[in-house]
Design a protein around this ligand. Structure first.
Ligand SMILES: C[S@@+](CC[C@H](N)C(=O)[O-])C[C@H]1O[C@@H](n2cnc3c(N)ncnc32)[C@H](O)[C@@H]1O
Length: 301
């Protein structure tokens, strides 16, 4: 496991800047997969971590972490990602059970849901991320001879640019119901890009569609800069999350959708810790305190 951290600079690939956060979530999923009380299983996750030189020293099992669950990064933070994965797996599967056949993963990173969830055979999963991240993902999954369990359509595009043309050109049908996910994404985008994204999801969705996303409520992101999670992530693996997050004021995307007629449910991660009987609990100076998971549905008439 890494002791002192290299500093990573902003880059377009998976091995630097915001791309590296996709590997962090993959490492968390690897650790979660091998917990005796695992909340989500992702057999591919550890292969991404092992394929990227930037994280060769990262653990993929909790047993490789000397202080185990007491480690704020590899213990509590990875459990957070494990819980988030499970909750959003359940959300997507509920939507397809209700008849939706188009799934759009915004900022998909190394999400392997297309490969590991039990989709109806006529389901299409669109994965939007930057080209270099999707190229790395493709290489690792091809080396593993992994087969998707639905039709999988990578859409390499930057969400700060015109991604709608890329998505519709890739086959997305705005006239059919869809379910959308922005997991660990919005706080990396400038506020206008987030507002554009939410407006666009509204514009491209029929009644009966659904959208889950993660937001941070705090007005001042630096409020928790000394929290154990941010400090451990910076010191142990050189990822300064606060440096990567957009610093501008965040839009009220849940309120925005509600004003457009969507029904919205806003939950803390801790709600699900209680529901599942495991996961992170609140603590003082907690960087997770302002995190919210929002589940929005566009009602049918
Ligand atoms: C923390 S990772 C989360 C990945 C994935 N949703 C998951 O939970 O495993 C954030 C992802 O957002 C992507 N991302 C950030 N800014 C982006 C942008 N402007 N356009 C496209 N993707 C972006 C990154 O490349 C990265 O894969």
């Amino acid at each position: 496991m890494a002791g002192t951290a290299p500093r990573h600079t902003d880059g377009e690939g998976v091995d630097g800047g915001v791309g590296l956060t996709a590997l962090l979530v993959a490492a968390a999923r690897a650790i979660e997969t091998h917990r005796h009380d695992s909340l989500a299983q992702d057999a591919y996750a550890e292969h991404f971590v092992r394929a990227a030189p930037a994280c060769a020293q990262w653990p993929v099992r909790l047993q490789q972490v000397p202080d185990g669950d007491d480690n704020p990064l590899w213990g509590r933070f990875t459990r957070y990602f494990g819980l988030r994965t499970r909750v959003l797996d359940d959300f997507l599967l509920r939507s397809v059970r209700n008849g939706t056949r188009q799934v759009v993963l915004l900022g998909a990173g190394l999400d392997t849901r297309a490969f590991r969830l039990d989709w109806p055979s006529d389901c299409v999963v669109f994965e939007i991320d930057r080209a270099a991240v999707l190229a790395f993902k493709h290489r690792v999954l091809t080396d593993l001879s992994a087969s998707p369990r639905a039709k999988r359509v990578p859409v390499p595009v930057d969400l700060r640019a015109d991604w709608v043309t890329a998505l519709t050109t890739a086959g997305f049908d705005p006239a059919a119901p869809s379910v959308w996910l922005a997991e660990g994404l919005l706080f990396y985008l400038p506020s206008p890009a987030e507002t554009y994204l939410v407006d666009t999801v509204d514009r491209l969705t029929t009644e009966g569609s659904a959208f889950a996303f993660e937001a941070k409520l705090e007005k001042d992101l630096l409020e928790y800069r000394d929290s154990a999670i941010y400090t451990a992530t910076r010191e142990q693996i050189g990822i300064d999350l606060l440096h990567l997050f957009d610093k501008g004021p965040r839009p009220d995307s849940a309120g925005h959708l509600a004003a457009r007629g969507w029904s919205t449910a806003v939950h803390t991660p801790f709600d699900y810790t209680h529901r599942h009987g495991r996961g992170p609990l609140p603590e003082p100076n907690d960087a997770l305190e302002g995190n919210r998971w929002i589940f929005a549905h566009k009602p049918r008439p």
